[in-house]
Design a protein around this ligand. Structure first.
Ligand code: GLU
Length: 484
């Protein structure tokens, strides 16, 4: 419980596989709360109804729990300022929008998507910065009421000062000054009545009494909008801290095209949550060489939010591997080690379900490791030759792997039925029979053409492992194309 009044939150949007970047920001907030005797809160930001799903929300909660980052208030545990899921708070936001409209801090905008698209096109063509042009800014009150009464769709936008700049202090970036002319007249309430991220985020942070907002640097440019909303409402603003993004070794933004970024990938491969937290926590502290192995309590003790770097946190997998190996070898008793293996192997029921699937294809129990081992393996040893004896040509194999990889990203739900439907759709779209589409996938998933049923295996492996295996397989298939 809070002894200091410090209240921090992680506010993920459940629109995809939980990302290690979310764990990184969550860990910062968790350690911040721990260090200050404060409260760590989880809030689900699902105002984007088309991309948010209950499955992803469940995965976010599961992934953060696996990391050991427990929250004291959240959608699953409740708390004094709930509900903690924005879609459940929908009715709370409108009075605040009305208040802004009444005070003249916001206005109704009736511009159609077509007009906005045309406006953007013109701005692009004239080399002007994108942003709303103020078309509806000065409509007469009577006209607005009449159009609203007639049922014409509209959004609510915030007014932005036309001169000067928004000056604020960021806990990481120091003094920041952003000219108002670069800030867009942000939509606060969408045509369907849902608030946008900016509106819901500020209102919720205020109502949930958040004292410090620590999040990724991609939000730094939004701070003027947020500060302006706090001022319009007459509320105190929280302290802002924008953490540098995690990057690939080549300094590019960490993305799943280069590195696996899902927390579930790391848990599926047998990284210990302690090692992952240790690895991420090192970005928030100053230590000498040889002191890298730290538990959560030790991280909290050494946690140093005053001295964060803006340089970007490099996601160095070799360092993570090194730490993970040390955790496995040095920090666990043999009994604990075995316990961890059993828990890990049973994750998502993959062991039990995999054994059940194996039963229909087995002649001797000794075949089990070869038949089902791929469900647990980190790497299934794919080489270009792995695809050499297929009926599909190397170019077709590559096309199948790439098409399926792209399609799987669009799936909202991940289970045997949705996977089967998706692969059938791929077969139909590409004019190939399903029996040509599946063999390259069998090999990509298991390293062998003799393994367990494909759709079930993909469901058990999980989206993030499947993504990585398809990527490795496509790289191998591309080599085969190149050598032909
Ligand atoms: N929902 C936002 C995200 O997922 C939260 C940003 C914030 O912490 O304000 O990045």
């Amino acid at each position: 419980m809070s002894t200091s009044g410090v209240r921090v939150r992680i506010a993920p949007s459940p629109t995809g596989e939980p990302h290690v970047g979310t764990a990184y920001i969550a860990l910062f907030n968790y350690l911040f709360a721990k260090k200050h005797g404060g409260t760590f809160i989880l809030r689900i930001e699902d105002t984007d109804a088309t991309r948010s799903t209950p499955e992803f929300e469940e995965k976010v909660l599961e992934a953060l729990k696996w990391c050991g980052l427990e929250w004291s208030e959240g959608p699953d545990v409740g708390g004094p300022y709930g509900p903690y899921r924005q879609s459940d708070r929908k009715s709370m936001y409108w009075p605040y929008a009305q208040d802004l409209l009444d005070k003249g801090h916001a206005f109704r905008c009736f511009c159609t998507p077509e007009r906005l698209e045309k406006m953007r096109e013109d701005q692009r063509a004239n080399g002007k910065p994108p942003g709303y042009d103020g078309h509806c800014l000065n409509l007469k009150a009577e006209e607005v009421s009449a159009r609203v009464a007639a049922g014409e769709p509209s959004v609510v936008r915030m007014k932005i000062p036309t001169e000067g700049s928004c000056d604020f202090r960021d806990g990481v970036y120091g003094d920041v000054s952003i000219p108002w002319e670069s800030v867009d007249m942000q939509v606060l309430i969408k045509a369907d009545g849902m608030p946008t991220y900016h509106m819901a985020n500020v209102i919720d942070d205020h109502l949930m009494k958040i004292t410090h907002v620590a999040r990724g640097e991609e939000w730094l440019a939004s701070v003027p909008k947020h500060i302006l909303l706090y001022r319009y409402f007459g509320w105190d603003e929280p302290v802002f801290m924008h953490l540098s993004l995690m990057r690939n070794a080549d300094k590019s933004k960490l993305s799943k095209r280069k590195n696996p970024t899902s927390i579930s990938y790391y848990s599926a491969l047998g990284y210990l949550p302690e090692a992952l937290m240790n690895f991420l926590g090192l970005f928030f502290i100053q230590i000498a060489e040889g002191e890298e192995m730290l538990s959560m309590d030790e991280l909290a003790e050494k946690f140093d939010p005053e001295n964060l770097s803006k340089a970007g946190a490099i996601f160095d997998i070799q360092k993570l591997d090194w730490l993970n190996g040390r955790w496995l070898r040095e920090k666990l008793s043999p009994e604990e080690f075995i316990g961890r293996i059993l828990t890990w192997a049973s994750e998502n029921d993959r062991l039990i379900e995999g054994l059940k699937l194996a039963q229909s294809r087995i002649t001797k129990l000794g075949e089990l490791p070869n038949l089902a081992g791929f469900l647990l393996a980190g790497d299934v040893g794919i080489k270009p030759e792995s695809f050499a004896s297929l009926k599909t040509t190397p170019a077709e194999t590559l096309e199948i792997l790439q098409t399926v990889a792209a399609d799987l990203e669009k799936m909202l739900e991940w289970n045997v039925e949705t996977i089967e439907a998706e692969l059938r759709a791929v077969a139909e779209r590409t004019g190939k029979k399903l029996k040509f589409v599946t063999p390259p996938l069998f090999i990509a998933m298991s390293g062998s053409s003799r393994s367990l049923p494909l759709f079930d295996s993909m469901a058990l492996l999980g989206r993030s492992v499947v993504r990585q295996r398809l990527k490795v397989a496509a790289a191998a298939a591309a080599q085969l194309v190149g050598s032909n």
